[in-house]
Design a protein around this ligand. Structure first.
Ligand SMILES: Nc1nc2c(ncn2[C@@H]2O[C@H](COP(=O)(O)OP(=O)(O)O)[C@@H](O)[C@H]2O)c(=O)[nH]1
Ligand SMILES: [Mg+2]
Length: 204
């Protein structure tokens, strides 16, 4: 199985913690000591996860979030099965941007599952930052969506839970799974054809 079964895209303004979330999830690490580096364009990584005892390959697109790259970001959420839209509870700007991303996404991928993610929970819990985004408002907003999580990439809190929910939801979606089966069959056929061709030209 070489291609991705589920495509997940991360959206949200810059500095909210998208790249840190992906690094924590994929590599189980958090590095607070390196200077901030804005993601240029987008970065891709993949991880295999299980749902109901079956393996699924998850492709994750981590976008830049900068307003400069807005038009480019559309390219990355096209075809996405799920989107994690991040905001920082201490930043009203990041919340405004979240609503912007949700509207943009809905125009392109109507059926994409959307998960809201409040980041940097450790900083909020320890009082290093104060809440500026009204959580009741977020909760109301999240009601029509697929989920709402508060994560900390520093401690790892709720990070695996967020991605597990996404994989479980996608695996339980009949339409998505139909396409996954079709794609897997196609890959299998391509691999068989490739093996047959290789045999044909092998003279040893
Ligand atoms: N304490 C803490 N810092 C975080 C967390 N997530 C991100 N950061 C920090 O926030 C800054 C921006 O993070 P980054 O992942 O690059 O944000 P991005 O621009 O959305 O990709 C970096 O200095 C991170 O170390 C978190 O969960 N806890
Ligand atoms: Mg980034």
């Amino acid at each position: 199985m070489s291609r991705c079964d589920f495509k997940v895209v991360l959206l949200g303004s810059e500095h909210v913690g998208k790249t840190s979330l992906v690094l924590r999830f994929v590599h189980c690490r958090f590095n607070a000591d390196i200077p901030y580096q804005n993601t240029v364009g987008a970065a891709f990584c993949a991880k295999t996860m299980q749902s109901n005892g079956k393996d699924f390959n998850i492709g994750i697109w981590d976008t830049a979030g900068s307003e400069r790259y807005d038009s480019l970001t559309k390219i990355y959420y096209r075809g996405a099965h799920a989107a994690i839209i991040c905001y920082e509870p201490s930043s009203t700007h990041s919340w405004t941007r979240l609503r912007h991303w949700l509207q943009e996404l809905r125009c392109v991928e109507e059926n994409c599952k959307v998960y809201l993610c409040g980041t940097k929970k450790d900083l909020l819990d320890s009082g290093h930052i104060t809440r500026a985004v009204d959580e009741d408002l977020v909760a109301t907003y999240a009601q029509g969506l697929s989920g709402h999580f508060f994560t900390s990439s520093k401690t790892g809190e709720n990070v695996d839970e967020l991605f597990q929910k996404i994989v479980d939801d996608c695996a339980a979606d009949v339409e998505i799974m139909k396409n996954v089966e079709v794609m897997r069959l196609q890959i299998q056929k391509e691999e068989e054809a490739y093996r047959a061709r290789s045999k044909q030209y092998c003279f040893c």
